[in-house]
Ligand binder design. Structure first.
Ligand SMILES: Cc1cc2nc3c(=O)[nH]c(=O)nc-3n(C[C@H](O)[C@H](O)[C@H](O)COP(=O)(O)OP(=O)(O)OC[C@H]3O[C@@H](n4cnc5c(N)ncnc54)[C@H](O)[C@@H]3O)c2cc1C
Length: 460
């Protein structure tokens, strides 16, 4: 039987970080990837990673701290996230940021997104990131990646330790021995019709954007061996996609975090636009016919960020997905909402914003605790029909801070680890932008190190 120190299932950011870390520690590693390419949901992502205390923040004069980072993650997660996981993230994120840079990952820009009290979303090009890690893997002679090789089942030895993986390659079944452990890094289940129907039937009408291989295979493998699950009741979609969006052309715009409002087909606001785009998604799905629009003016338009997946409003215009007109009456006509209601909605909002107290939804910021909203009053005006997409599930197997999978009694399942989107417990009821990719890198490496019984030195 083939034998490795570690078998890693899935070649997204979590699996690749685990493979590089383990390989650099001298371990023999087999990474199984079910598709013919690496990257899963990682390469579809907007590439925001949440870090605090970085050189980029320092250069931009951003005053962040570990305490603020910790509080934001806990707040956005509805204060129910696993505190040990959050603390592990907080303590390891800066070193992980430097590790990623040392491994060729380029960080480009810095912005505030959902849940940030200060700008801490550091953007990567996710393809560039995965390719950099792949380049590193190719230099590690003891790390092997098998493509088109889905893992199917996990097997235990007589002592109850997971030590073998059954996988398929070219239609044939193989069993590989993993002497030190198996890391499940197979991502979430945003593409599984079966699991989403089971756990989140309320999201049936959402667009599905996620890695094609992300069907929850790893979850099922872990469940067979008694893994507990966390955060499943909080599955939600992400607001801000045009209804025509798909995995290839995502057409996403988060103008609400730059000062847009959201209105429904009645021309009324229905939510505080600064909250998590997951919660915005839940609110949007409850509007008549599930239809809603982001509406903004030229002041917001000028805050667009070229080439950014979330804030490039000019790109949406070039794709002809925006209505642009000179008056609010024309805007109401374009989106077929009652002119008088829309006009009343906007003047009430503007008055409130100018006085510093939004009378209807108590909006005080652009996103979370960051930024000050501006009135919608400077022509031209814009409307962007927006809907909810299921991108990532952010819920799954229970793990401890070393990435060891836990059973329903909180005990470890020997030899079995998980990292990345397959895990639950970290995000609680909400997700702060950038912590999903961030946790892939932090916990992918930690899981590998624990399986190899190595300790990581955290350089602050
Ligand atoms: C459009 C979009 C935008 C996003 N934007 C952001 C963002 O800006 N910031 C952020 O933090 N998060 C973002 N996310 C979420 C984030 O991208 C994911 O949570 C993260 O990339 C998951 O990484 P992963 O390594 O856990 O899984 P993935 O990257 O999904 O990789 C899992 C891999 O496992 C493989 N696999 C599955 N089953 C098997 C099997 N049985 N055997 C072998 N291989 C298997 C898959 O094919 C895949 O390659 C976004 C997601 C999407 C879809």
């Amino acid at each position: 039987m083939e034998s490795y120190d570690l078998v890693i299932i899935g070649g997204g950011l979590a699996g690749m970080c685990a493979a590089v870390e383990a390989g650099e520690q001298g371990a023999s590693v087999l990474l199984l990837e079910k598709r013919d390419e690496l990257g899963g949901s990682t390469v579809l992502s907007s590439g925001y990673m949440a870090f605090s205390g970085t050189d980029m923040q320092e250069r931009a004069g951003v005053d962040d701290s570990l305490e603020l980072l910790r509080n934001d993650i806990i707040d956005v997660g509805g204060r129910i996230s696993n505190k040990d996981l959050i603390e592990t993230y907080v303590q390891n994120q800066l070193e992980t940021y430097k590790w990623l840079i040392d491994h060729g990952i380029e960080f480009r820009t810095l912005h505030a997104v959902s849940g940030h009290s200060v700008p801490r979303g550091h953007t990567i090009d996710p393809h560039q990131a995965i390719q950099s890690l792949y380049k590193r893997v190719k230099k590690l002679s003891k790390v092997t990646i098998l493509f088109n090789s889905p893992a199917k089942r996990l097997l235990k030895n007589d002592e109850g330790k997971i030590n073998r993986v059954i996988y398929e390659e070219a239609g044939e079944s193989h069993t590989v021995f993993a002497s030190l452990g198996v890391i499940l890094a197979s991502g979430g289940f945003a593409k599984s019709v079966e699991l989403l129907k089971l756990f989140a039937p309320q999201l049936d009408s959402t667009i599905r954007i996620g890695g094609e291989g992300n069907l929850g295979d790893g979850l099922k493998m872990a469940w067979e061996h008694g893994a507990w699950v966390l955060d499943l009741p909080y599955l939600s979609g992400t607001y801000g996609f045009h209804p025509s969006a798909n995995s290839a052309v995502k057409s996403q715009g988060l103008a609400f975090y730059k000062g847009a409002i959201m209105v429904n087909q009645l021309g009324k606001r229905f939510v505080n636009e600064s909250i998590s785009y997951k919660q915005l998604g839940n609110a949007a799905l409850q509007q008549p016919e599930g239809v809603s629009y982001q509406i903004w003016d030229q002041t917001v338009m000028e805050k667009a960020v070229q080439d950014d997946p979330l804030y490039d409003f000019e790109l949406l215009k070039r794709r002809r997905l925006l209505y642009q007109v000179e008056t609010l009456d024309e805007l109401a006509e374009c989106i077929d909402v009652p002119i008088d209601v829309l006009s009343e909605t906007i003047s009430r909002y503007n008055e409130g914003i100018k006085k510093g107290s939004d009378p209807d939804f108590n909006r005080k910021t652009l996103t979370h605790n960051y930024g000050i909203p501006t009135p919608i009053e400077r022509a031209p005006f814009y409307a962007f029909e927006s809907t909810v997409a299921m991108l990532a599930t952010y819920a799954g197997v229970a793990v401890n801070s070393l990435g060891q999978i836990l059973n329903s009694y909180g005990e470890t399942i020997p030899g079995l680890y998980a990292a990345g989107e397959i895990t639950g417990g970290f995000h609680g009821s909400g997700y702060m932008t950038g912590t999903s990719l961030g946790k892939c890198a932090v916990f992918g490496r930690l899981a590998a190190l624990d399986a190899l019984k190595k300790e990581k030195e955290i350089s602050k």
